[in-house]
Every structure is written in structure tokens, then in C-alpha cells.
Design a protein around this ligand. Structure first.
Ligand SMILES: C=C(O[C@@H]1C=C(C(=O)O)C=C[C@H]1O)C(=O)O
Ligand SMILES: NC(=O)CC[C@H](N)C(=O)O
Length: 806
């Protein structure tokens, strides 16, 4: 007989670390976790709550934004502490959950003198004394733990004089007679204030425990897992000896499975008609040409590409520069060819339909309801066109290329970006069937096409394209080389953020952080540049002939800022130019691996910070490390919520890298999922049974669950985005803070975070001007200074704005 694992109910207060705690529980304990949100209505009466809890061995009340005295922030948690004796169940409160427990039993909640977010500190606990036996700290040496809190529990610790503190710290306080203090954090050298922070308690008689620190953080000692194991042992012991009833092992429960349902499982059995069934391009062809040593992709594109139409260029402009990390030292550039003829999908937040342009003049409006949403539709579309027999040397064989905006991400986390006046697309992907991929390492150009299997034309598209490319390469070879001189403008209008107002907003962010509503906020602002249209342009530099102004701007930007994720996009009504150093996500379904690369911690190159060593000294300080750590933990959560417990790792933590004008600190977070296996003797990947599709995750699931990029939001993501929307005046960030990249027919994807970039919309031009937007910002924490943040924003802005403003 298989004995089912005990169930733990996790009460989720909309935090960005919840899934990390669930992973910690499921990997250290033999248990299964179900979750419920603090405001879940299905447990609205006591009878419903009791009936639900009867299935569980224990409850974990999680962390979250806000204040434990606020009903909205803790919801169901409070009802758990108040259960009558017969219904009582063992509980572990973490952070907000801990504060809620202490508040219920006599602790007072006050603000910390210095909020502690992403700060790693030593914990002194009762296990180190002779009284630790039979507590959750039994058998533990000192531990280092991560703190994420602005509020703390006051049980009168500050009233104790220093001379008695050492001996009395674990005594029960008369103000909270039911709480047994188990652990404390004290100030470390270098910290401004010596504060006694209570970080663990147990209820004197009820089976309730709490931890103020975050046992699941990547920077908390693994040794602290023992605390969780001890807790569950105590909890189970209590269940066996004191629980008023036997735990029910069968029947329906309201708690949700801790991972999201896969996108593909939701499209099972869908009728495929219209654009979904058109153009099943599956015949793959590839031709390769050796490139001359002095090959310039930009020069080539000026001859090869029809501009002023749709274009997609994802370029690695740092492949020949000495600096840059090997894993993003862009080896490949990818160009979509004849985008005008491609199918294109556009979706705007709030709509329940998608517009599909089929490459002619026809537009199909697709109802998304039967699919369940935009991402379900897109993953189904790719699945139907998946192939397994492309050239294995090439990362992209054909497929979707395009962008999503920041607001698309907001929609996925239920943050309202209401009150928008335009219906510009928030997601736009072209289905690219002809592509050029340049391998900068081997100096090769691959020409690829995906054609209809039914196509009978004698000369393949690949051959046509190969001939054209060879002709242009010859032409370029014969041509006299001349250096590209970036345009210098004489009459642009630049509307920059007001630095004083920006500083004020940094202070506002810090007020939200002090009140416990956020741990970190990535504040940004926008600069608007009006540039005369090409016809009236007054500029000096290489006159770009009949090429659009946007292309000249791109050339100028790429020359100034070598970057692994440069891009030039003209897609629908948007134009986008970027020199992004930040990869968001890359994945490969055939190996079942995805990797995210959050960047946090920025220092401008200067005479005092000129080398990597100096940058390391500058960035490895608590403020910068805390910023980075918080986003690493947030990204781990995003991944765990799709890929499940134990499937997320951090192979690189806080490594400083050099870029054109700044040094950046990055971390790498990896996720693992079952690889997609091609069927034997079949070049297609799609022949999965319906049953297998239920549990088939792809990189697109991870992408959809991780937007907007955590490095652009702060933590916890939802509350922080709500706050930022207000502080940023309800203005759309649009393409800035969104992502650009591809998802291909071979099951691979690669997206960069849209920073160090600029964009414009066709409908914003007037007769004379083009209107360009440039976003810039940085993460604000309790340790930030308003003037420091202002300088950081200006540094980042200038790296892009320099294109107009030499
Ligand atoms: C917000 C920007 O950058 C983000 C913020 C960073 C930081 O706070 O250090 C670093 C890289 C980006 O994730 C920007 O470039 O505008
Ligand atoms: N991480 C948390 O749960 C934080 C709890 C609370 N909002 C605080 O800031 O103290």
C-alpha cells in the first residue's frame, strides 16, 4: 500500500518568495504542499476552514508585503491563530506570518530603525545554550540567514539592560507571556544601529512556531534546513499526541497544487482553424557561407534589407570586443528576412482577442477564450510547427521573433494598467520563416528557410536567398570601405526627467519600504526626444541615403555601446532600438534547461572605478549585494512556481562584469524541466499524447510566468508594481522594461530585458517630428540615497541619450 505523503497548507500573502519556501518544504520534508491565498473566498466560513484544515498535517503562514495589523495583508492567517482547541493545527509562520503570530499573542509590531531587505546576518539561538533541547533549534550551530523585513516584533527587549541581556534574552517577557523567544539577530559591526531583533518564537502551549528570517533564501545557510525539519518533527509529534481528530487522507480539498498548469495542457483538444492551421512551415533548409574577416552585419543589412517596412535584427555587437562575460559574449546575430510577408500576431492588454496579420492585407481577429489566453495560443502555435531536424550549430531555425511590453507583464500578475489611451500592441511577434544567422565566432552566415511541405516550386527559397546574399557580399567586398560617422543633431528637443522630482520619488519609494509594503522598488522615469523627420533633418555624419532615421540612430547606438543583446525592430507600429547588456531568459526544451540572468548593481566607469577589481570592491557591499540577492530570490520563486520544488539552482551569484560604459553585477538562476523528446523516425516534436501534454512544460511557460522581469520591478513583484505605477504617474513604460527575443521551432528561446534602449510609435509622430522615448532607472532599497539613485538613473540614461546629445 502506498501511504500518501502528509500535506502542508501554505498560506500565500502574495509574496515573491512563496514558491521558494514551498520548494524548501518539499525538498527537506517528506511532504506535499498545497497553497491558498490569504484572501481566498472558498474558506470564508469557519466550517469551511475547519473542513479544509482536517486534511493537513500543518500550515505555513508565509511572508508578504504590508502590515500584520492590516486585515487585507494577512487575511486567513489571523483566523488560523484563533482556531478553537479542537481545530488547532501545527503552524510555522515565516516573516509576515511570524509577525502575525506574535501580534496575536501579545507582541507589538513596530518599524525597524533600519529596514533589513536582502541583508544576511548571524542568528543567535537557543540551540546554542543548554536550553535548546526540544526546540526547533536543537542540534544547530550558529546560522547565517537572510532578512527581508521593515517591521519587527517588540516584546519589550529594549527595556532590558545590556548587563542582563545575555542571560535573559530567552526569558518569556511579561508583555507577551505566551511567546517563548528562540532566536535573535544583533547588529554587526559597520551597522549604524544596534537593534535587538527577535527572529524566532514558539507559542508556550499551542503548536505554533515562527521565524522572522527567510529560511528559503539562497543566502541562508543550508544548515537552517534543520530548523524546518525539527519544526515538522515537533508538528507531527503534536499531531500524534494532541490533535483532536485523525487527519483525513481522502476527499476534495481547496488548496491548489503549488505549480502552475502547463500552457499546452490548456489547449488540449482545441479545434485548429484559421491562422492556427495555415502555413505549417516544416521543411527546413539551410545553406552556409563563409564570411570575410572584415564582415560588418550593419553594412550588409544596408544593402540587403528593405527598410521602412518591417525589420527584425537581434545583434551581438560585442562579439569582437575583449570585454564581456563568455556566456553572453554574443556569438550569434539573428536577422528575420522578409518580415513583411510573415504572419504577425498582435495583442493588447485587456483584450480577449488577438489580431493575426497573415502577411497579405488580411487581418483575422482570434478569440482567445477557447485557448485560455495569449500564451496558451502562442505555445500551441509553436508546438504545431515544431521541428527537430534543423542545423544543430544554429540557435534559431525560424519561429516567433518580437517583443512584449512591461504592461503585458503587469497583466499576467493582475496589476491594472487601466486608463490607457491607446490600443497599441503589448505583444507583437512575427512568425519568421526566412532567417539569416551570423556566427561571429566561426565567421559563418547561415541562410535558413522553413517552407510548406506541400510547396512544389523548383527553386527553393533558400537557394534564392543564398544567391542574393552572395551577390551582396561580393558587392561589399569590391566597395571602398568608409568609416561610419554617427549623426550629430542640431535641432532635437530633449525632455528629461526632473532630477529633483526623481529624488523625491526615491524618497517616496523608501517610505513604502519603511512601512513594509515593498522590499525593493525599481524606480524608472522617461525622457522624450523629438527629432525632426528625415526630410527636414539637420545633422552631420554619414548620410544614410534612403534608410530611415531609426536605422541611423541604431548604428550610432551600437557604435557607442557594444552589447550582447543589441536589437533593431520595426514591427507593426513600433520601432525599437536597443543596446541591452541584460539577458532575461534563454531556454532549450530539448535539454529541459532555462537560465535567467538578473542584473542588479551598477557602477559607472570612471578614473576611480576603471578595473574589474575596483568594480568588485565597489559593488560587493551590503547595499548592492542586497539588491541583487532580492532579485535572485524573486527569480527563483518565479521559476519554482512553474518548474516545481527542487528544480531551480543558482550556479552564479553576484558576479561583476564589465560593459562598455558601466560595470554590472549579475547572477544566473537556472531551472530544469523534463526535456521535450522528438519522436523516433519523425522530425516533428508535436506528436505528444494528450496525457503527456498535461505535464509538458516548455520555456514559454517560464517566460510567461516571469514577466515583467524581476530586475525591473523590485520585490514583492505585485505590490511593488502597483506602487511603481502610481509613483511613475500611471505612465506606460511600454517597450522599456519589456523583453525582446525569439521562440523558435526547435524549442529554444532567448530574450533580453529592454534597457539602454529607445522606442517610438508611428501614431505619435507629427508632420515634422518623430517622438522617441527613453526609459532609465534603478533599484531603490532602504540603503539607497536619493542623490545616488539620481546619479545612477542619469548614468544609464546618458548611455542611450548620448546618441542625440553628444
Ligand atoms: C532600470 C534599469 O536597469 C536595471 C536596473 C539595474 C540596477 O538597479 O542596478 C541594473 C540593470 C537593470 O536590470 C535601466 O537601465 O534603466
Ligand atoms: N518578508 C516579509 O514577510 C515582510 C513582512 C513585513 N511586510 C515587513 O516588511 O516587515
Amino acid at each position: 500500500m502506498i501511504i500518501p505523503k502528509p500535506l502542508i497548507l501554505f498560506i500565500d500573502a502574495y509574496d515573491s518568495f512563496s514558491s521558494n519556501i514551498i520548494s524548501l518544504l518539499e525538498t527537506t520534508l517528506a511532504c506535499t504542499v498545497r497553497t491558498i491565498r490569504i484572501d481566498n473566498r472558498s474558506l470564508s466560513t469557519d466550517a469551511l476552514l475547519h473542513a479544509e484544515l482536517r486534511h493537513y498535517a500543518a500550515v505555513v503562514c508565509g511572508p508578504g508585503p504590508g502590515h500584520p495589523t492590516d486585515e487585507k495583508d494577512v487575511g486567513i492567517m489571523r483566523r488560523i491563530w484563533r482556531l478553537c482547541d479542537e481545530e488547532t493545527i501545527p503552524v510555522l509562520g515565516v516573516c509576515l506570518g511570524f509577525q502575525s503570530l506574535c501580534l496575536e499573542f501579545g507582541g507589538r509590531i513596530r518599524r525597524l530603525r533600519n529596514p533589513m531587505h536582502g541583508i544576511v546576518r548571524n542568528v543567535r539561538h537557543i540551540g546554542e545554550t543548554g536550553h535548546g533541547k526540544d526546540t526547533i533549534f536543537d542540534g544547530l550551530a550558529g546560522i547565517r540567514t537572510t532578512l527581508y523585513h521593515s517591521l519587527c516584533v517588540d516584546i519589550g527587549q529594549d527595556d532590558k539592560p545590556t548587563r542582563t541581556w545575555e542571560d535573559s534574552r530567552y526569558d518569556i517577557s511579561p508583555t507577551a507571556p505566551n511567546l517563548v523567544p528562540l532566536a535573535w539577530v544583533e547588529a554587526e559591526e559597520g551597522w549604524p544601529d544596534d537593534e535587538r531583533i527577535l527572529v524566532a518564537v514558539k507559542h508556550r502551549s499551542k503548536p505554533f512556531w515562527g521565524l522572522q528570517y527567510h529560511p528559503e533564501s539562497i543566502c541562508t545557510d543550508v544548515g537552517s534546513q534543520k530548523v524546518v525539519r525539527n519544526w515538522f518533527r515537533h508538528a507531527q509529534w503534536w499531531n500524534w499526541t494532541q490533535r483532536g481528530y485523525s487527519i483525513i487522507r481522502r476527499g476534495e480539498i481547496k488548496g491548489d497544487i503549488a505549480t502552475r498548469q502547463s500552457l499546452l495542457s490548456q489547449t488540449a483538444g482545441k479545434q485548429d482553424d484559421g491562422i492556427m492551421s495555415h502555413g505549417l512551415h516544416r521543411r527546413y533548409e539551410c545553406g552556409t557561407i563563409e564570411l570575410p574577416a572584415d564582415f560588418s552585419l550593419a553594412d550588409f543589412l544596408e544593402k540587403q534589407t528593405k527598410f521602412n517596412t518591417q525589420n527584425i535584427v537581434l545583434e551581438s555587437t560585442n562579439s569582437h570586443v575583449k570585454i564581456g562575460a563568455p556566456d553572453v559574449k554574443g556569438r550569434y546575430s539573428i536577422v528575420g528576412v522578409n518580415i513583411d510577408d510573415c504572419a504577425r500576431m498582435e495583442y493588447t492588454v485587456g483584450n480577449n482577442f488577438l489580431l493575426a496579420f497573415d502577411g497579405t492585407t488580411d487581418v483575422e481577429q482570434i478569440n482567445l477564450a477557447p485557448y485560455g489566453g495569449i500564451w496558451q495560443f502562442l505555445s500551441h502555435y509553436v508546438e504545431k510547427r515544431a521541428i527537430a531536424n534543423g542545423n544543430s550549430e544554429i540557435p534559431f531555425w525560424g519561429g516567433f521573433m518580437g517583443y512584449t511590453t512591461y504592461e503585458l507583464g503587469l497583466e499576467t500578475i493582475n496589476v491594472d494598467s487601466g486608463g490607457r489611451s491607446s490600443s497599441r500592441p503589448d505583444l507583437c511577434f512575427a512568425w519568421v520563416t526566412q532567417s539569416i544567422v551570423v556566427d561571429h565566432l566561426k565567421n559563418l552566415m547561415h541562410i535558413q528557410t522553413l517552407e510548406d511541405e506541400t510547396c512544389t516550386q523548383s527553386k527553393s527559397q533558400t537557394q534564392v536567398l543564398l544567391q542574393e546574399v552572395s551577390r551582396i557580399l561580393n558587392l561589399l567586398h569590391l566597395r571602398q570601405k568608409s568609416d561610419y560617422i554617427p549623426l550629430r543633431f542640431t535641432d532635437v528637443t530633449i525632455n528629461r526627467p526632473n532630477p529633483d522630482e526623481y529624488e523625491k520619488k526615491v524618497q517616496d519609494c523608501q517610505a513604502y519600504i519603511r512601512s513594509g509594503d515593498s522590499y525593493e522598488l525599481c524606480l524608472t522615469d522617461q525622457t522624450v526626444v523629438k527629432v525632426p523627420k528625415m526630410e527636414t533633418l539637420n545633422a552631420v555624419g554619414t548620410v544614410p541615403g534612403d534608410l530611415p532615421l531609426s536605422w541611423s540612430l541604431y548604428r550610432s547606438l551600437r557604435q557607442r555601446q557594444a552589447a550582447p543583446f543589441a536589437s533593431y525592430l520595426r514591427l507593426g507600429s513600433a520601432t525599437f532600438i536597443s543596446a541591452s547588456p541584460e539577458r532575461f531568459i534563454t531556454w532549450d526544451d530539448t535539454t529541459g534547461k532555462c537560465s535567467l540572468r538578473p542584473m542588479k548593481g551598477t557602477v559607472k566607469k570612471s578614473s576611480s572605478v576603471a578595473t574589474l577589481e575596483q568594480a568588485n570592491t565597489h559593488l560587493h557591499i551590503p547595499k548592492e549585494e542586497a539588491e541583487n540577492l532580492m532579485i535572485v530570490d524573486l527569480v527563483r520563486h518565479d521559476l519554482h512556481s512553474v518548474l516545481g520544488s527542487g528544480n531551480v539552482h543558482v550556479p552564479r551569484l553576484m558576479v561583476v562584469e564589465e560593459y562598455a560604459s558601466v560595470f554590472q553585477m549579475i547572477s544566473v538562476v537556472e531551472g530544469h524541466y523534463p526535456p521535450t523528446v522528438p519522436f523516433k523516425g519523425n522530425t516533428n516534436l508535436e506528436a505528444y499524447s494528450e496525457e503527456a501534454r498535461q505535464t509538458r512544460y516548455t520555456g514559454m511557460d517560464v517566460l510567461a510566468a516571469s514577466l515583467p522581469p524581476g530586475s525591473m520591478t523590485g520585490a514583492p513583484k505585485k505590490r511593488s508594481c502597483e506602487i511603481l505605477r502610481v509613483l511613475e504617474g500611471g505612465r506606460d513604460r511600454s517597450l522599456y522594461s519589456g523583453v525582446v527575443g525569439y521562440m523558435d521551432v526547435g524549442g529554444r528561446g532567448d530574450f533580453s530585458v529592454n534597457i539602454r534602449c529607445m522606442f517610438r510609435w508611428d501614431d505619435e509622430d507629427n508632420d515634422k517630428n518623430e517622438v522617441w522615448h527613453i526609459g532609465a532607472g534603478g533599484a531603490v532599497t532602504a540603503l539607497s540615497t536619493p542623490v545616488g539613485e539620481r546619479e545612477e538613473m542619469i548614468t544609464k540614461l546618458s548611455s542611450t541619450l548620448g546618441v542625440f546629445d553628444h
